[in-house]
Design a protein around this ligand. Structure first.
Ligand code: CMC
Length: 426
């Protein structure tokens, strides 16, 4: 087997070591390239660039495979809980019964937030997007809980605190935005049940926790729990590479996830489906617009940088969407439009040629609507699911013996040197 690749530039030859992953992934190590040749590589959007070696998540975009710590996501969605999957991602293996109990106790112990945080929430302008609020508030947590991550025990507390408190904070922002009384976490409820109860329970109308809704939320969060080096996770790692605290790194990840090409796509899908519904269900127009190179419109919830086949998460989400609506005896006109849109797109030559398939966000918005989550909070739901992944990736990067400050280079294309001219002489 080859152990290096040979690069020839002019009469100079350089041997570049090859790196192999456990699933046969291959890389060329170019870390000495600039020092030895003066060249850098150019890879806008990093589609061909590995930024780290990671043992957390494996995905194969051609096969449609996704595994957390080696376990297929389908098995976790079927049998695990979000809490257990979070433990798996962060600690690298499934917990024993005792470890899981300890983890639950720690999550419960940390689930209340400082009451002063309420003042922050109340002072955001009414129109603020919940993702902007969440990103700011997670950053603010550092001021409320300033303890440093000096040892494993302290790091564990900060990680658990984030998992427990961000869930509470998300429900607080929802309640405050509606002018409703806050509902506090209950130790007798599971992680998912607690979230639903804090969101929807009220003194005037007690919330009935339904098994199928809890299950849908559990699967939704497990499917979002990690996705290797995507935009927000790379942001967490990049910001973390400057050795900032975990809160600041996660806050940056939330900001990146907000974008409609990334986590914001779940909200954008529903807005697109609503627009189609308002235009009397003319989904063919949306397909034509998506194909028109002079129109910036894209079919939201379609396409992926890595998956060139059906996103395995979308397959599970679609099935779950059907099951949830059926068991709740609900119908959603947007689901009918989504189904028709998918069928037309999958048979359209443009989508076939470009390998464009539904991604996780195509059906997730319909699931969230059925649960009762308002559209503006969809991306917050994604962020809550992605938290364990961000934490695991941050932890791995901080422990990495090959750790380095992230600092890409560029090819400068601006002016050549010229002299400053004082304003009176211009
Ligand atoms: N609708 C129409 N055309 C598309 C779409 C789409 N949704 N996605 C990609 N294309 C076309 C694009 O126009 C380009 O065409 P051409 O080569 O003829 O110029 C080609 O496919 C490649 O596009 P790209 O932008 O270079 O590909 P990318 O790998 O950077 O795109 C993407 C990935 C997710 C940004 C893109 O597919 C997209 O914008 N999708 C819609 C937004 C969306 O659903 N995002 C959620 C992603 S999954 C959730 C997550 O994990 O973040």
């Amino acid at each position: 087997m080859d152990t290096y690749a040979t690069l020839r530039i002019g009469d100079k030859e350089l041997q570049l070591p090859l790196i192999n992953g456990t699933e046969g992934e291959k890389a060329i190590d170019i870390s000495k390239l600039r020092a030895e040749t003066g060249y850098i590589t150019m890879d806008v959007g990093y589609g061909n660039t590995g930024s780290c070696q990671s043992a957390i998540t494996y995905m194969d975009g051609e096969e449609g495979t996704l595994r957390y710590r080696g376990i297929p996501v389908e098995q976790l969605a079927e049998q695990s809980t979000f809490k257990e999957t979070s433990y798996l991602l962060i600690n690298g293996r499934l917990p024993t019964r005792d470890e899981l109990t300890r983890f639950s106790v720690m999550l419960n112990d940390n689930s209340l937030v400082h009451t002063d945080l309420k003042v922050f929430f109340q002072n955001f302008p009414r129109e603020s997007h919940p993702m902007g609020i969440l990103s700011s508030m997670v950053n603010a947590l550092r001021s409320f809980y300033p303890s440093l991550a000096r040892n494993t025990e302290e790091i564990n507390i900060i990680m658990t605190r984030l998992l427990a408190k961000v869930r509470t904070m998300a429900t607080m922002s929802y309640k405050i935005s509606r002018g409703h009384e806050l509902v506090f976490p209950r130790p007798d409820l599971t992680y998912c049940e607690n979230f639903l109860n804090m969101m929807f329970d009220s003194p005037v109308k007690p919330y009935e926790i339904k098994k199928e809704v809890v299950d849908a939320l559990r699967v939704f969060w497990i499917l979002h729990a990690d996705h290797e080096q995507n935009c927000s996770t790379s942001t967490v790692r990049m910001v973390g590479s400057a050795r900032v605290n975990l809160y600041a790194a996660i806050s940056a990840g939330i900001a990146a996830l907000w974008g409609p090409l990334h986590g914001g796509a779940n909200q954008a899908v529903i807005e697109m489906l609503k627009e189609i519904a308002e235009g009397k269900g003319d989904y063919k127009k949306a397909i034509e617009r998506a194909k028109d190179k002079n129109d910036p419109f894209r079919l939201m919830g379609f396409g992926h940088r890595v998956y060139k086949t059906y996103d395995p998460r979308a397959r599970i989400m679609k099935k779950m969407c059907d099951e949830l609506l059926e068991s709740l005896q609900m119908s959603d006109p947007l689901l009918d439009i989504a189904r028709e849109l998918e069928e037309v797109a999958l048979n359209d030559q443009y989508f076939i040629d470009h390998n464009l398939y539904p991604n996780v966000d195509f059906y997730s918005g319909i699931v969230l609507r059925a649960i009762g989550i308002p559209t503006s909070m969809f991306t917050v739901m994604f962020a809550l699911g992605r938290l364990p992944g961000w934490i695991a990736q941050w932890k791995e990067s901080q422990d990495d013996p090959q750790w380095k400050l992230s600092r890409p280079r560029q090819i400068y294309t601006g002016h050549k040197k010229y002299d400053y001219v004082p304003i009176h002489a211009r």
